[in-house]
Design a binder for this molecule. Structure first.
Ligand SMILES: *[C@@H]1O[C@H](CO)[C@@H](O)[C@H](O)[C@H]1NC(C)=O
Ligand SMILES: *[C@@H]1O[C@H](CO)[C@@H](O)[C@H](O)[C@H]1NC(C)=O
Ligand SMILES: *[C@@H]1O[C@H](CO)[C@@H](O)[C@H](O)[C@H]1NC(C)=O
Ligand SMILES: *[C@@H]1O[C@H](CO)[C@@H](O)[C@H](O)[C@H]1NC(C)=O
Length: 227
């Protein structure tokens, strides 16, 4: 009888202990949101606390609808896997027994969404979630170059490709024309000014010359006008 009671006590203790463990055990996703560039490998972290063997069953599901990676009865199941995830997912098999159920994912643009990591602990299935945002490739120098190229081609759209050269010569011609025009206008102004200055001084000067041919003003006058 005493033996029976002792046995019961022990059984109860063990039962209580295991219930307690499964109740307090948690599944944790340390990063609740993650940002990744497209076509890069990213790790969606998920782990049990305390560490426990999860090599029997782990599930990764997107938006509660798309199967991303399923491990059931210790086997990877790809039958129901979403087609966008084919050959792009893996678990760290050697770490499953330590509660590391992290998912390695090679990103696609369609992978943006909310990921659920699910593990069965005792009688309960625990979850944690990670929001993943996949963004396009970062600009590298060649992209910037291409963009600049694109912009300049848009800029040159009004004239076609072959006219690019003649456009340049045209603008060069225009500049030459402007310079010539400016020179002509300047020359005209000089001539007009010279004329205006000369006209009044011409007569007195002729008079001076007539009256006094040796006057210095008479000699300098015409020379200045020519210049
Ligand atoms: C799980 O294992 C992977 C691969 O060794 C490691 O990179 C990652 O940090 C581990 N995660 C945790 C939560 O231990
Ligand atoms: C998942 O959810 C996110 C956010 O609501 C959405 O942008 C994305 O298109 C969804 N992905 C799929 C495959 O349903
Ligand atoms: C130029 O821009 C268009 C869209 O604006 C894009 O489709 C095309 O690929 C670009 N071309 C280059 C050479 O980058
Ligand atoms: C440029 O000129 C060449 C020969 O003169 C011609 O074969 C080609 O089609 C032209 N290209 C454009 C965009 O006009």
């Amino acid at each position: 009888m005493m033996m029976m009671i002792e046995y019961c006590k022990l059984f109860l203790l063990v039962a209580l202990w295991s219930v307690e463990v499964s109740n307090t055990a948690e599944l944790r996703c340390p990063d609740t949101s993650l940002d990744a560039e497209v076509d890069k490998n990213v790790i969606l972290q998920c782990l049990t606390v305390p560490k426990m063997d999860v090599s029997n069953k782990v599930e990764w599901v997107l938006n509660d609808t798309v199967d991303v990676h399923l491990l059931r009865n210790g086997k990877h199941e790809f039958v129901h896997q979403g087609k966008d995830y084919k050959d792009r997912t893996s678990l760290f098999d050697s770490e499953l027994h330590t509660g590391n159920c992290s998912l390695r994912l090679k990103t696609k643009m369609t992978h943006t969404g909310r990921y659920r990591c699910s593990v069965r602990i005792g009688d309960e299935t625990k979850h944690c979630f990670i929001s993943l945002t996949v963004r396009p490739h970062e600009l590298n120098p060649s992209d910037v170059y291409r963009r600049r190229d694109n912009r300049s081609s848009i800029h040159e759209k009004p004239t076609d490709g072959n006219n690019t050269g003649s456009t340049n010569t045209l603008s060069a011609g225009a500049i030459a024309g402007i310079i010539i025009a400016v020179i002509i206008v300047k020359a005209a102004i000089i001539i007009i000014i010279a004329g205006v200055i000369c006209l009044p001084c011409h007569r007195p000067f002729e008079g001076v010359r007539q009256n006094d041919p040796d006057a210095p003003v008479a000699h300098n006058g015409p020379v200045q006008a020519v210049e």
